[in-house]
Design a protein around this ligand. Sequence first.
Ligand code: ARG
Length: 257
Amino acid sequence: MKKLICVLLCMVMALCALTSCGAKGKTLAEVQEAGKLVVATSPDFPPFENLEGGKVVGIEVELMEMICEELGVEFVIEQINFEAVLTGVQTGKYDCGMSGISVTPKREKSVLFTDAYCLAAQCIVVRADSTIASKADLEGKTISVQTGTTAAEFCTSEGYTLKQFEANQDAKLALTQGKVDAWVVDDLTAAEYCKGDASVKILNENMTTEPYAFAFAFGSEDLVAEINTILAKLMSDGTVASLFEKYDAPYTAPTNN
Ligand code: ARG
């Protein structure tokens, strides 16, 4: 009898894992009933989300404002470290993750992504007087990255020595203070951080191509489908491209939606 119960329990658990029952994501109806979408973000990522006078501003903020307006819900921002965004979404603490999040096969196992709305890349930032000229020169060097990012993952897989920081400002500071040899970070964000700063330079070699999307917990399938419809419209009518233009950032449309 005990054995039978055990077998049954195992079957239920396996079924749960397969069908993502116990999923934490809110449905479209649940979000509309709550009247708000709680969005987690790490606002150290211009031009996508950045703090200006205590307010979070940027391309993704404006995009999410439009999405929430279409959904008919209030847009509520929660500021947290990037590292905590995806787990916070996965466990249902937040309805959505908005943080210049790159879609990767590994992340797709734990969260549900909307369609991508742009393409980005990882790039290398070094001090202006550095002799590092390309990725090949990074061998044996120490690199700063933001914790939990694709940059951290990529650099780990390349075998570089890493110094990890919760905030991008500190990852950059480590470079300018000479504590690391290079900083690996997303291209458009690098451009923003380096604007008008003669002490650093961005190398002309991108290391990866990464689509950005918004993250939800499993269970939010119908909400994500609705947002995909809204995103498709905002992309095809040029709204997304004009947002990038507003923030002086080159726009690369995703190719694989
Ligand atoms: N695109 C990179 C990733 O998904 C970095 C994102 C960092 N975002 C942030 N708001 N600091 O890992």
